[in-house]
Design a protein around this ligand. Structure first.
Ligand SMILES: [Zn+2]
Length: 494
């Protein structure tokens, strides 16, 4: 069964809340000095008695992790309390080295924020219940008949962002995830890589007859590792719950896993109650006093956030919503665009910025994709892109030549001006008189195509443009040729 948004019944309302976990980009782990840079390390090489949960060891709070969490909370419009604390969350599971996780229970690092999503031009506010800090678990690797454990991940700082159940469709949940990821990447606190598990999403979802106040029984969905799977899993689960209710069957409160290959959710375990975790204050850590001065310092250090950048691109550079969105969603691409703009002459900034946006979104993005190159390894520097735009602006090259030059500059890392020089590319014919003379010749010697065009066969124009381009050996601008050709054809149409 594949379910799309439009299949979902309108007589039921869907209620979704998301719990997002993000590993923080700190150098060391949450409570010890082990390095968090273990992605390519051999198993169990980034470990010490603290993150292995040996008896008698004492955890020490990673200040950078607290700073990252507060910055995220501030970007999500949360309130930061003057005092916070860590708690033990007890549950027996083989990936939990101590038999408990150090997390935060009743006094998290922040609460009561919101995030704005854009629903086809409508702004919708999604409440943020809290942003808190905890530690990641080890990783289990299951084989047939036995399992292995890699403790490298154990104790990595993990930030949890809990939303209010404010989302009303799988699409809203996806938009929320996308916006949240953007913010985390802009803040530099998360790699934002869902496919690698450094950003994870669990969803609580229930349905209720439209108009009913009381929430329905919810299920929790896990294992969604892309924006697309978040949307698909929730669409499937909503439909499953609605069908159960329609046929008079109860929904059991449980945790379900999303099976990407089959496009279904399956029951994993019935939901433990919060009480089962036997939370209590972590006795090995002092309470955390958060000075308002430090919070203000962190607030002042926040970088420009995606919404501000998006609005600035539209306001200052006159970019379309779509272009501004694309350049904002991919921060590195947006940074590149800004570096190109900065390298261009200041006068006529808006028109130049638009040209820079087109070049970045069309040529640069296309070439990066075609050559599977990461933007950090891009040989076509912003200065080279600006140089290409200068050459176009000065009518030194045609748009068609620019396409070839950008390709070569991307591969060789040469400046476009150097390529023009080396290849002996002649300036385009800017002398209109010369161009008109060639056009008249072409019309005269292609009288059939000319009369076809006059008889309404628009396609004939293309053949004539081709002839003129051939005569000028590609040195004429296609736009001017086309305009002059039409003018001449119509003038002589007596
Ligand atoms: Zn350690």
């Amino acid at each position: 069964m594949t379910v799309t948004e439009t299949d979902i019944a309108t007589d039921f309302e869907i209620v979704i809340g998301l719990e997002v976990h993000s590993q923080l980009l700190t150098k060391s782990k949450m409570f010890c000095s082990c390095s968090t840079d273990y992605a390519y390390a051999a198993p169990n090489t980034h470990v010490c008695p603290v993150c292995m949960g040996m008896p008698g060891v004492l955890p020490v709070i990673n200040q950078q992790a607290v700073a990252c969490t507060i910055m995220t909370a501030l970007a999500l419009n949360c309130t930061i309390p003057a005092y916070s604390k860590f708690d033990r969350k007890n549950y027996p599971y083989p990936d939990l080295m101590k038999g408990y996780q150090i997390s935060q229970y009743d006094i998290p690092l922040s609460n009561d924020g919101y995030l704005i999503i854009d629903l086809e031009g409508q702004q919708k506010r999604v409440g943020i219940t809290r942003v808190h800090l905890e530690e990641d678990t080890a990783r289990l690797l299951h084989h047939s008949g036995y399992s292995l454990i890699d403790i490298n991940r154990a104790g990595t700082p993990l930030m949890e962002i809990v939303s209010e159940p404010d989302m009303r469709s799988p699409l809203e949940a996806r938009l929320y995830m996308q916006r949240l990821r953007e913010i985390l990447v802009y803040l530099g606190v998360s790699s934002g890589r869902m496919e690698e598990g450094s950003l994870r999403c669990d969803a609580n979802i229930s349905v209720r007859p439209r108009g009913q106040q009381k929430l329905g029984v919810k299920t929790e969905i896990k294992n969604m590792n892309s924006f697309r799977s978040v949307e698909r899993a929730l669409a499937y689960e909503a439909q499953r719950q609605i069908e159960l209710l329609r046929s008079g069957q109860p929904i059991s409160q449980e945790t379900r896993g999303w099976v990407e290959t089959k496009g279904i959710t399956v029951s994993q375990r019935s939901k433990e109650q919060a009480d089962d975790y036997r939370y209590f204050p972590e006795p090995d850590l002092p309470p955390l006093v958060i000075s308002p001065a430090w919070v203000e310092e962190l607030r002042a250090s926040l970088p420009e956030l995606p919404d501000t950048r998006r609005a600035r691109y539209m306001r200052d550079y006159g970019l379309s919503t779509q272009d501004a969105n694309t350049l904002t969603e991919d921060k590195a691409l947006g940074d590149y665009f800004e570096q190109v703009v900065a390298a261009l002459p200041a006068q006529n900034r808006v028109a130049r910025a638009r040209a820079a946006a087109n070049l970045t979104l069309n040529d640069v993005a296309r070439l990066l994709k075609a050559h599977s190159t990461d933007i950090s390894e891009n040989l076509l520097t912003p200065a080279a892109s600006a140089n290409l735009l200068d050459l176009l602006d000065a009518n030194r090259i045609t748009g068609k030549q620019a396409k070839d030059i950008v390709e070569e500059a991307f591969i060789s890392g040469k400046m476009p001006a150097v390529i023009v020089e080396e290849k002996g590319i002649q300036p385009p014919i800017s002398d209109e008189g010369e161009l008109i003379r060639i056009i008249e010749e072409v019309i005269a010697s292609n009288s059939k195509a000319a009369s076809d065009y006059r008889a309404g066969k628009v396609n004939a124009l293309q053949a004539l443009i081709g002839q003129v381009m051939k005569q000028t050996r590609g040195q004429a601008k296609a736009g001017s040729v086309r305009a002059l050709l039409i003018k001449k054809l119509e003038e002589t149409d007596q």
